[in-house]
Design a protein. Structure first.
Length: 290
């Protein structure tokens, strides 16, 4: 059966979304995937006057939304000539629609920020909500890009198999290095005192993850680091400086913060470069669990 999964990119006309569209187009080309550009117009939530102004050609909020979508499609086609690009215009809050679309897709790509001011407050943090509700990996593209950097993946005590798989796929597609980071968490006040059992356990986690990574991505250089810090997120963020992509997994259920996990939550807020949140499952099931 032919794999029909697409890369889906949200576009709202902002500079951040433009960077996300370009990144998504390049990634779709590397993976031989079609690209679906989505624009969600929130104007129907605010007014019923969407039609053209009488006597003014190409006017009205609905036409403006269509033009934003067309602009996004044009940017994608320019970023990856020859790529199959489609577009769809939806009406409502972006995160909700993108989460529904995500089921069965390859990846969702969004910019780090959307519309500012009042509309930005109304829409909320699309990337943060998607990180908790999407049924596929979510790439959040930020302007601090490092094309020559490695892919960095955070590996927890269970080996973070989904995040590791996504990181290996990215590193292989880019033909770039892969760095695995495992953080040995020490409570405040412990400092960096020696703890042989904890050090050995951390080494075993990293060793197992390195073995799997070299199997999944045999053509790229792979290295690993065990870090010690009172904050797991802080250690990951420092290790990812200069990375082409930081990949983290999610865990936890309940409200938004717990659903994506405190580490992923902190990384999304503070990372300066692109972040991939590894997710799997169905959007419907995820919503039921919240």
């Amino acid at each position: 059966m032919q794999d029909s999964r697409s890369i889906v990119a949200g576009y709202d006309g902002s500079a951040e979304a433009a960077a996300a569209i370009q990144w998504a187009g390049e990634q779709a080309r590397l993976r031989s995937r079609p690209l679906l550009v989505v624009h969600c117009s929130i104007w129907p939530l605010l007014t019923r006057n969407l039609g053209p102004v009488p006597g003014v050609a190409d006017s009205g909020l609905e036409r403006a939304a269509q033009e934003i979508l067309e602009e996004g499609i044009s940017r994608a086609e320019a970023a990856a000539p020859g790529l199959k690009v489609e577009g769809t215009l939806l009406h409502g809050l972006p995160a909700s629609y993108l989460a529904e679309i995500s089921s069965g897709e390859e990846m969702i790509v969004v910019g780090s920020r959307g519309l500012g001011g009042f509309l930005g407050l109304l829409v909320g943090s699309v990337s943060l909500e998607l990180a908790a509700t999407a049924a596929c990996p979510v790439a959040v593209i930020r302007p601090d890009l490092h094309p020559g950097g490695p892919v960095v993946v955070a590996v927890d005590g269970l080996g973070s198999p989904t995040a590791l798989e996504d990181a290996c796929e990215l590193a292989s597609a880019w033909e770039t290095g892969l760095t695995l980071v495992h953080v040995r968490h020490t409570p405040p006040g412990y400092g960096h005192r020696e703890m042989p059992d904890a050090d050995a356990a951390a080494g075993e986690v990293l060793s197992s993850a390195l073995e799997r990574a070299r199997t999944l991505a045999p053509a790229v250089p792979v290295e690993g680091k065990v870090l010690t810090d009172t904050s797991v997120a802080h250690a990951i963020l420092r290790a990812s400086e200069g990375a082409r992509m930081l990949v983290v997994g999610t865990k936890g259920q309940g409200f938004l913060r717990e659903t994506i996990g405190s580490t992923a939550h902190a990384v999304l807020h503070h990372a300066r470069g692109p972040v991939l949140i590894s997710r799997r499952g169905t959007a419907a099931r995820i919503r039921e669990e919240q």
